[in-house]
Design a protein around this ligand. Sequence first.
Ligand code: PLP
Length: 388
Amino acid sequence: MFNLQIENLQPSKSMVVMAKAKKMQATDPDVIDLSGGEPDFDTPQKIRDALKCWIDNGYTHYTVGAGLPELRTRIARKLQEENHCHYTPEQVIVTPGGKFAIYLAVRALVNAGEEVMYLNPAWVSYGSIIESSGGVPVGVDLAYDDEYAITEQALEAAVTDNTKLLIINYPNNPTGKLLTPNDRDALTAFMHKHPQVFVLSDEIYERIVFDGQENISLASDKTLSERIITVNGFSKSVAMTGWRIGYLAAGTEVVKRAFKLYQHTVTCVSGFMQKACVVALDCQEEIESMRVSYENRRDKFIGALNAIDGVECKLPNGAFYAWARFEVGDMSSETLCEYLLDNAKVACIPGISYGETGCTCVRFSFATSEEALLQGAKNIAVAMAQLR
Ligand code: PLP
């Protein structure tokens, strides 16, 4: 009776844990929620002030096209200056959140039954976005022990004549890994070998990078950029999750198709928000101060996790997630997370939600107070000692 593509979608596992943690917190203030994927900062004042000002200035009507020319021009400049990607303003579409940009790109490219590869561990929504668009998700498992390196062999084992798209995400949610020069080389060799395959590069955490390292944008390679869709947004870098605004930049032919669907679904993103986002792109100081704070918290929290018997956590180079491996025999990551919630009062997301089946991993967000992080690690240490 209902649309089967939608009927068969599974609820977002991370949202289920987050909802449970929120419910428990309502009656038990000692519950520590490290499950969420959002900055704990408020949107910088300058951006909020701009929004109020543009509402008062009448920017409350439909805007035409795929975004205000001023914002698309500023985004194209940002992509050029910060990411070395050569997109024109006409190749940018402003969307309601990065998530919708991914959906739009998948819908614009993928026919029913075509395959879309993505690299595990992967953000929870890729599979569902692909399925709801009629595509066939093909998870490519990368290995914890190889630091999740991308290899040509892994890509070649998964690609078929029916593959349309490969989705990558760096800095990665959940592992915090950055794209390395070797990974990039494997990807570009793969793209040259398979000219029918497009790549969607989800760079939503691109401004949250540590230890003086830099994000590599795949589309900086001019020879391939017509086939690369770069997705980014304001949620994570400028603490604007609730605003729901992001963007994609892509080759002209892809943008043309994506815009057709955009016109009939979104129409536009509110004009006053777009105006405020022009200001957000100039908030370098605020972005940097949030980044430094994540880096400090990362150091303390990962140190505390590694001090626990049976827990290993490599230093993530980007995003705000700790991806910890637990030595818990054959206990699944789902059972482990339930155990930690009940016994350590710490909410976290099981690795299986991200497709990690090779070892028992758990994702913790460190975008929360240092006090909560250190108390959480203490509680986990006690709960782990009781397990052994
Ligand atoms: N991509 C990744 C890897 C994410 O973790 C998220 C949010 O959690 C998104 C995209 C979507 O971000 P938004 O829709 O808030 O811009």
